[in-house]
Design a protein around this ligand. Sequence first.
Ligand code: P6P
Length: 343
Amino acid sequence: MTQRISLTRYLIEKQRGHEGQLAGQGAIPPQLRLLLEVVARACKSISLAVTKGALGGVLGTAESENVQGEIQKKLDIIANEVLIEANEWGGHLAAMASEEMEGIYVVPNRYPQGEYLLMFDPLDGSSNIDVNVSIGTIFSVLLKSPEGPAVSEQDFLQPGTQQVAAGYCLYGPQTTLVLTLGEGVAMFTLDREQGSFVLTQENVRVPEDTQEFAVNMSNMRHWDEPVKRYIDECLQGKDGPRSKDFNMRWIASMVADVHRILTRGGVFMYPWDKREPEKPGKLRLMYEANPMGWLIEQAGGAATDGKQRILDIQPTKLHQRVAVFLGSKNEVERATRYHSEAA
Ligand code: P6P
C-alpha cells in the first residue's frame, strides 16, 4: 500500500536524498523541488478554471491562433498565463517555452534567473474542453547549459534524454499529477478538501503486452504501409496473425490516452500522414512526445517515432513535430520492426 504523503513531502524527501548526497536515490536539488511545487500549484489553478466550465465563462474559442495555426480556446490562453505567472518570479527558471507561444519566454530582468528551462503544453486536448472530456497539462524540464551569457531558443534544443523531470496533470474525474524524476513514475491525486496533491501510486509499470490500441482510425487511408499492416493485424483479431482480439480507444486527448496506458497498458500511435508529407507527424517533440515518452520508458514501456527512440532525437526547432508510437514495450517494438522491415 502506497504511503499517502503529500507532493511536498515526497519532493522534500527526494531533495533530502540530494542533500545527503544519496546519489541514485532520485535525489533532486532544491531549485528543482521548488519548480515542481510551483508547476503543481499552477495545475491546481488550471484545474479550478477547467471544472468551472460554462459557469466560469471559460469555454469556447478566443479570437486568436497559436503558433501552430490552431484556433485557441479561451482555456488554452488562461492555462498558458497561469503557468507563466506562477513560474516567472521564483528564481528557479531561466526561460519557458509553450505550445501557445511562438518564441521562448525569458524570465524578466526584475526577477532572478535560475538554471532550469520549463516547456509545456498548457492545455493538451483542448478540442475536448467544450464537450467536457478529460484534458491536461504536459510539462518537461531541462537544465540550461552553464555557458552562454543569455538564454536563447538554442538552449532548449536538447534531446529528451536530457530531461531532469517530466509529467502531466490530467483534469478528469480526478485531477491527477503524474511525475518522473528519472527514478520511476509516481501518481498524485488532488485532495480538493486539503488543496494538496497526495501520493496515490508509486513505481507505475506498463504491461509489456496489451490487447488495446489507441489511434485515430479515420486517418487510416493516409498512413504508410507498416502502420496499416500493424493495425490491420490487430483488427483481424484471434483469427489473424496476432492470435488475439484487440480493443480500441481514442480520446483525442494525449494526456488521457497516455494515462490509461500507464494505468492498464496499451499502445498509442499518431503516425506520419501523407496529407502533410513534409511533417513527420502531428504531435510536438519538445512538450508532448519527449515528456510522455520518458514517463512511458520510466514505467517500463517504449516510445519511438516508428524508426528511432523518441528521446534520442536531436531537436532542430522548438515546435518541431514527430510521429509517436508509445506504450506496451512489445507492441511498440513490433510496430517499429514493421517500419524497419519496410525500409
Ligand atoms: P486528432 C490534441 O489536439 C492532440 O494534440 C493530442 O492530445 C491528441 O492525441 C491528438 O491531438 C488528437 O488528434 O487528429 O485525433 O484530433
